[in-house]
Write a protein that binds this ligand. Structure first.
Ligand code: GCU
Length: 327
């Protein structure tokens, strides 16, 4: 066992002990792990969720948030949750594709017409179905959190897919993200988020892609000075809960959790817009240039992905068609 793992086990162990002690007073403490710092909008939204749940259940249900990947990467946190050592994880639709294929719809480039379309999908029937689709893997989605649009960043402007040729581009561990970068002519390199700063700095990868707040708050802006707003995907962050944990809550507690989650997701829309503006300004002050490429060539380069889904993945194709039909 490495030092880090020993530490994580010790922390989870301590958390469990507290949880057990708390249950003697009829409180349930849910442990939630995620990989962003405390000043990231998604942490603030989940803090809001924790407060609302605590209030709505008169202190019976509490959520203790472990930020900054203290308890491991997103993948490791999902495994801890499946093993019963964690109750909730804030992950995202790219990472969740490995657990439930329905999430891959969100990883398709240029699927959404605009932000309103994206909100209608995440807040509507199809969105809920996708959240519920993972129950066989021992968890369900609680809510989505806005995570804006993802774009490429590197040490040169990316104006057309041609500019990505031959570049090693870090992607999330998602088959759709890999397929997308291949379709655009780059070499996809899946890596955990926490390893990316060093990988960019040491030239293990040449480029990456993310939304503006994550780019800035992870300090990738120190090493990548061009952020090209091609806005290829809108991949929502997703808060999930273990079905074991969820099933142990009373009906009232479940309702309180779901209501607070919905409220926090609404609140996140405001937090997100403010954070995008603020982090862009911060990045610009650090010498980052924001480039506005013409998206048409990117859109056309990824069309074979849709043709492939139509031919080989009927279920996913149906989901994609339903998403496109959402007004
Ligand atoms: C976003 C997202 C994280 C994810 C990260 C990544 O920042 O919020 O959940 O880990 O992208 O690219 O890995």
């Amino acid at each position: 066992m490495t030092m880090k793992r020993t530490l994580v086990s010790a922390m989870v162990g301590t958390a469990l002990t507290f949880g057990a002690a708390a249950s003697a007073y009829a409180t349930t403490t849910l442990k939630l792990s995620h990989n962003h710092p405390r000043d990231h909008a998604v942490h603030k939204a989940m803090d809001f969720l924790a407060k609302e749940v605590r209030q709505a259940t008169d202190g019976e249900v509490r959520i203790r948030i472990y930020p900054d990947a203290q308890l491991g990467t997103q993948r490791e946190s999902m495994e801890l949750m499946q093993n019963g050592a964690l109750d909730m994880v804030k992950s995202n639709a790219a990472e969740l594709e490995a657990f439930s294929p329905a999430y891959s719809a969100f990883n398709l480039p240029y699927l959404f017409r605009d932000k309103d379309h994206y909100y209608s999908v995440t807040g509507g029937e199809v969105g809920r179905e996708i959240l519920d689709s993972s129950s066989d893997s021992g968890f369900i989605g609680v809510t989505y959190y806005d995570a804006g649009a993802r774009s490429f960043y590197t040490s040169k402007p990316i104006e057309t897919p041609e500019d990505l040729k031959g570049m090693k581009i870090r992607v999330q561990p998602s088959p759709s993200a890999i397929a997308m970068v291949k379709a655009l002519g780059g070499n996809p390199t899946p890596l955990a988020y926490g390893e990316l700063y060093t990988a960019l700095q040491q030239g293990v990868v040449d480029a990456a892609e993310n939304n503006i707040p994550s780019f800035s708050l992870s300090r990738h802006s120190e090493v990548s000075k061009y952020f090209s707003l091609d806005e290829h995907t809108m991949v929502p962050d997703v808060l999930v809960i273990s079905t074991n944990t969820y099933d142990k809550l009373t009906e009232e507690q479940k309702q309180a959790l779901m209501k607070a989650a919905e409220d926090s997701s609404e609140y996140m829309k405001e937090l997100w817009a403010a954070s995008e503006a603020k982090e862009r300004e911060k990045a610009e002050k650090m010498g980052v240039t924001f480039v506005k490429p013409n998206k048409a060539a990117f859109v056309s380069a990824v069309q074979p992905m849709y043709a492939d889904i139509e031919k080989t993945k009927p279920e996913l194709n149906q989901l994609v068609e339903r998403i496109k039909a959402v007004q």
